[in-house]
Unconditional design. Structure first.
Length: 218
């Protein structure tokens, strides 16, 4: 069993301007009062082929967690440079899809991950219809797909320190590769097809989605 879990996630201001940043409402559920901080992080995947491309956008510490609590977690959006380097904005200004995830950690151990696909749109319909070669940051909006929550068991010693009375299931540590964790958090199966229909609009034919499917299949 786990000392804490993310019971629910809501995306606030979804579809808002990139300059306004991101906001999430998370419901944390602690099975017993926790002695140490729960740490939340928002991570943008800058390179789908390597974890080294992951970019931490924001972090938040929550102490004295007991029972269920609802928190608002705010983060900056990826910058224009981040979006370009990730391929979400092409050389000619075309808009593509990407991904980010939230992590929840207790005592240095990740116990939950929430994955999202995201896409970009222009607020101005004319710009959306014909994107400019130079991205217009003031008009660029960020839209997140449905969240996929994946929880991991806390190691036994962590549960004991949280005064859990029941026995715990020992976590397998870091046995899963970063790509496999991302797949689970985004509702994917390792080696399976990329299910990008969670996004608002059809993105199956987007080049970045094809790249993800190609690099992580077979």
């Amino acid at each position: 069993m786990s000392a804490c879990r993310v019971a629910n996630v809501l995306v606030l201001r979804n579809g808002g301007l990139c300059m306004e940043g991101l906001a999430f409402q998370l419901t944390l559920d602690a099975a017993a009062p926790l002695e140490d901080n729960v740490v939340l992080r928002c991570i943008f995947i800058g390179d789908c082929s390597s974890r080294r491309g992951d970019l931490e956008l924001a972090s938040m510490h929550k102490n004295a967690l007991s029972g269920k609590e609802v928190l608002t977690f705010e983060s900056r959006a990826p910058s224009l440079q981040n979006l370009r380097s990730s391929g979400m904005i092409g050389e000619n200004g075309e808009l593509d899809v990407g991904a980010l995830y939230l992590t929840a950690e207790y005592m240095g151990h990740e116990f939950c991950r929430v994955g999202f696909f995201l896409r970009l749109e222009y607020k101005d319909p004319a710009l959306q219809e014909s994107p400019p070669a130079e991205a217009d940051w003031d008009q660029l909006c960020i839209i997140l797909g449905d969240p996929k929550i994946t929880c991991f068991d806390c190691p036994e010693e962590h549960v004991k320190r949280a005064h859990m009375s029941a026995a715990s299931t020992v976590c397998q540590g870091n046995a899963l590769l970063h790509a496999e964790l991302l797949f689970a958090a985004s509702g994917l199966q390792h080696g399976g097809d990329l299910r990008v229909e969670q996004l608002h609009g059809a993105v199956d034919d987007h080049p970045h989605a094809k790249k993800l499917r190609t690099e992580h299949s077979g």
